[in-house]
Design a protein around this ligand. Structure first.
Ligand code: PEP
Ligand code: MG
Length: 553
């Protein structure tokens, strides 16, 4: 048995086979060849295999994410067949007598550079696509066309670390658990694991990847952070027992479906869910959330290889609103930057990206991107109960600019004869200490606040949420954070506005009573935690002078 200790970021247990996450980059060597005819034949076969793979991916994407998002794979097929691209590869093989892999890699690089030097943003974005298809052809050349996709049975994904964009491209039904060498508990990968309801362990250490292999059996204990490879029978039995107990606990919580979020003394609150994709709506409904308190719209951008158009966005927002059938849906505007990078934004490299051009700062610097999203959002507002929320606010002037842009976008829509819901609520996230401290000035300007405790913690305690080395210093229960939340709650209520919490702390049931006593009106949590928080709320009596710990179900 090999044992590793990391940090559990979603409490659940999984037993299964390991799949080591492989990145696409392939090392290519230049090799001389006299037999150029057979290199050309290898190239043709590899292209046929690549097109077959892309066709399969296109069809899967069509089923899972719809036509607009699947279209990119049709473009990839066209690129594989592109005449100029193919002529350049063939010429290199025949004139320089080199192997096909090398000719594809060099041609791919040349085309990618050429695209990224173009003025047009759309053409620049093709640079990543041409690299992608070149890598695909190379991998078909090097491994005979077998794909590096996930296996058919659900597996435990092991990686050094996973970028949010990598996590979203995984087939969710085929993931039993995540285990990473690095990462921190507030990283977006950890949040995604929670959204997906799967056990996840981060920070198991550098060496583990060199000691495990695809197909090894392992046990992931997301409660204790223990990861055991080649477990003995006893360990497997214990894990399976724990898994069953968890399932039973979940079944007990299911009894709370349809019940109110009401304290013993009659105080009602809203419990909403956080999601990052329309695909998560099923789990929102399944867990009986009263609405969506945070739709992280940036995942729409991260899943794409180019800016999603107004129409594409409109269709997705409309689908979310219609699926929620009149329940509140709060869509947060684009929060790109820091750990969420999108190639086609071509953001300059920053020393401290978490303190840089991120979220609303990016939107205010790139108003054309912001306006496209706002137009899509307001157009969709007709189809349900929409709230729009702006992230990373630190200044009154930022909010003034945002509201002015919103008014311009609405005036434009009126001019174009397009309907929108005039009563769409506008709110801001309280995730900088500055926003909490000036919440008395911000409250009159908006309809609601939602506290993003993940970033509020990071910025208040000066603790990078991506850095596991400082977990010890990053006390999410720190008095400073609780005081800032309390201050924002008081100021919101003073101005007749509601306030929610949508950071991970909202699901921490040891704080539910504290939040209710502060007057928090809404808690928005990963779908899997909705019933757990409901259970906590239903066991609280605000008439008691002393706080009680929530009863276990
Ligand atoms: C937060 O910061 O608490 C939050 C909800 O936003 P995100 O985690 O997406 O940065
Ligand atoms: Mg945040």
């Amino acid at each position: 048995m090999l044992k590793y200790q990391g940090k559990g970021v979603y409490g659940a247990v999984a037993v299964g086979k390991i799949s080591v996450f492989k990145r696409q980059d392939v090392q290519v060597r230049r090799e001389k060849t006299e037999d150029t005819a057979s290199e050309l034949k290898r190239l043709e076969d590899a292209k046929t295999a690549a097109i077959a793979q892309l066709q399969e991916i296109y069809e899967k994407a069509l089923r899972e994410v719809g036509e607009a998002n699947a279209a990119i794979f049709e473009i990839h097929i066209m690129m594989v067949e592109d005449e100029d691209y193919n002529d350049a590869i063939t010429e290199m093989i025949t004139t320089q007598n080199v192997n096909a892999e090398y000719a594809v890699a060099i041609t791919g690089d040349n085309f990618a550079e050429m695209f990224s030097a173009m003025d047009d943003a759309y053409m620049q974005a093709r640079s990543a696509d041409v690299r992608d298809i070149s890598n695909r052809i190379i991998s078909c050349l090097t491994n005979g066309g077998s794909t590096e996709t996930q296996s058919d049975e659900p597996v435990i994904i092991c990686a050094d670390d996973l970028a949010p964009s990598e996590t979203v491209t995984l087939d969710k039904d085929k993931v039993l658990a995540f285990v990473t060498a690095h990462g921190s508990s507030n990283s977006h990968t950890a949040i995604l694991a929670r959204n997906m309801n799967i056990p996840a362990i981060i920070g198991v250490g550098e060496t583990f990847l060199s000691e495990i292999s695809d197909g090894d059996t392992a046990v992931v204990n997301g409660f204790t952070g223990e990861f055991i490879v080649h477990p003995d029978e006893q360990t497997i039995n214990n894990a399976e027992k724990k898994h069953e107990e968890e399932q039973e606990k979940k079944a007990l919580l299911q009894k709370l479906k349809g019940k109110e979020n009401i304290t013993l003394d009659g105080r009602k609150i809203n419990i909403y869910a956080n999601i990052g994709s329309v695909d998560n709506i099923g789990t929102v409904l399944l867990n009986d959330a009263g609405g969506i308190g945070l739709f992280r719209s940036e995942f729409l951008y991260l899943e794409n290889t180019d800016y999603p158009s107004e129409d594409e966005q409109f269709r997705i927002y409309k689908r979310v609103l219609e699926s929620m059938a009149g329940k509140k849906v709060i869509i947060r505007t684009l929060d790109i930057g820091a750990d969420k990078q999108c190639d086609y934004f071509h953001m300059p490299k920053e020393e401290n990206p978490a303190l840089g051009i991120r979220a609303i700062r990016l939107c205010l610097n790139r108003p054309e991107v912001f306006r496209t999203q706002l137009r899509a959002l307001f157009r969709a507002s007709e189809f349900g109960n929409l709230g729009i929320m702006f992230p990373m606010i630190a200044n009154v002037w930022e909010l003034e600019e945002i509201l002015a842009i919103c008014n311009e976008v609405k005036a434009e829509l009126r001019r174009d004869g397009i309907e929108y819901a005039e009563d769409t609520e506008l709110g801001i996230m309280i995730e900088t200490p500055a926003a909490a401290l000036i919440s008395d000035r911000l409250a009159p300007m908006v309809d609601f606040f939602s506290v993003g405790t993940n970033d509020l913690t990071q910025y208040t305690l000066a603790c990078d949420r991506q850095n596991p080395a400082i977990d010890r210093f990053c006390d999410v229960h720190h008095e400073a954070i609780l005081r800032l939340i309390e201050m924002a709650a008081e100021n919101a209520h003073k101005h007749g506005k509601w306030i929610g919490i949508c950071g991970e702390l909202a699901a921490d049931t040891s704080l539910t009573e504290t939040f209710l006593r502060m007057g928090i009106d809404e808690l928005s949590v990963s779908p899997a935690f909705v019933l757990k928080v409901r259970n906590a709320v239903r066991n609280i009596d605000l008439r008691c002078v002393f706080q009680q710990l929530p009863e276990q179900v």
